[in-house]
Every structure is written in structure tokens, then in C-alpha cells.
Design a protein around this ligand. Structure first.
Ligand code: CO
Length: 185
């Protein structure tokens, strides 16, 4: 198993639809294992393959807590039924530090395959239901900012760009401090 690098917006993989999985082989299992490890290491609720620059219709979700793991691996998922609306304060590992309210279906029924290729069906609401919709958007090349109205999307992007600039500056400062430390040693 290995940690994968999570790409951040505006990486191209985040706006490119992924392709269906056809082989349920050891390569898929290795991908899933890496995604699960990467999601937990980042304290994420879900992670889609697009977010690690792999364009396959795969995502993992754990809507449980640290003491109550509820890992589900979704391959070739499809929402076959949805109803109601719910507003959820969403975040995304590809948009560090950005949290915004997004409107989603309250209840979804999702059909998907597990790592062996067996078909499954699942009814979900609340956090799990929202995560299923958020991650399904990722493999379609859609990000949560695209689910906001045009004005909110613009404001959120501006805020995100500002925060990313601060992060880059901090990284540069840190690198400079490290370099200075090495010179002294
Ligand atoms: Co996301």
C-alpha cells in the first residue's frame, strides 16, 4: 500500500470524466487500498480516483467515526433513485480549507460494484448520501463549487485562491527556514 498525492483544483483530472472499470483485478485492488489509506491519512470522508489523477469510476467513502469505521468501496456507481433536498456544509480534499453549503438530494439509492465485481444496492441519507453524490460528481468531472449558484461559486473560488496563496507562501517560508538551518549545520 502507498499514499497517493491528492491533486488540488484546478488540476485537469478534477474536470475530466472518468472511465468505467472493466477489470476487477489486483491492479484495481491495489488502487483501492491506496485510496483508502490516502483518505484516512487526510482525515477525509471520501476520495474519488480523479482526486489522485486516476481516471477510473471508483471512489471510497467512510461516513463512520474513528471508532466506528464504515468503509464502502464504490466501483461504477450509478444513482438510480433520489428524492428530497438537503443542504450540507461540504468540504473537499481537492479544495483545502474551503467549506460551503451545497444543496443535494436528501435520499439516494446507489447501484455499484464491489472490488470483486458483484453488484450492490444501497439506500443512503445525511452524510453518507451527500458523500455518495459529492464523489459521484468527482468521477463525472464535476466539483462541489459547480453545485453552487454562480455568485456563490465566484465568491468561494476567490476565497479558495486566497487561501491557496497563503499556503504557498507558508510553504516557501518553511523551505527557506529549512535551507537556512542546513547552512548553519
Ligand atoms: Co471532493
Amino acid at each position: 500500500m502507498a499514499l497517493r498525492t491528492i491533486v488540488t483544483y484546478p488540476h485537469k483530472a478534477l474536470t475530466t470524466p472518468a472511465l468505467p472499470v472493466v477489470a476487477f483485478d489486483t491492479a484495481l485492488h491495489a488502487l483501492l487500498d491506496d485510496m483508502v489509506e490516502t483518505m484516512y491519512a487526510s482525515n477525509g470522508v471520501g476520495l474519488a480516483a480523479n482526486q489522485i489523477d486516476v481516471l477510473q469510476r471508483v471512489y471510497v467513502i467512510d461516513a463512520g467515526g474513528e471508532d466506528d469505521r464504515q468503509l464502502i468501496e464504490f466501483i461504477n456507481p450509478e444513482i438510480i433513485e433520489k428524492s428530497g433536498t438537503i443542504t450540507w456544509d461540504e468540504g473537499c480534499l481537492s479544495f483545502p480549507e474551503l467549506y460551503e453549503k451545497v444543496k443535494r438530494a436528501r435520499h439516494v439509492t446507489v447501484r455499484f460494484q464491489n472490488r470483486s465485481g458483484a453488484f450492490k444496492e444501497l439506500d443512503a441519507t445525511d452524510l453518507l448520501g451527500v458523500a455518495i453524490q459529492h464523489e459521484l460528481d468527482h468521477i463525472d468531472g464535476i466539483c462541489f463549487i459547480d453545485r453552487m449558484g454562480p455568485i456563490k461559486r465566484k465568491t468561494a473560488l476567490k476565497e479558495y485562491q486566497r487561501m491557496m496563496q497563503v499556503r504557498r507562501q507558508e510553504a516557501r517560508d518553511h523551505a527557506r527556514e529549512l535551507a537556512a538551518g542546513q547552512e548553519q549545520a
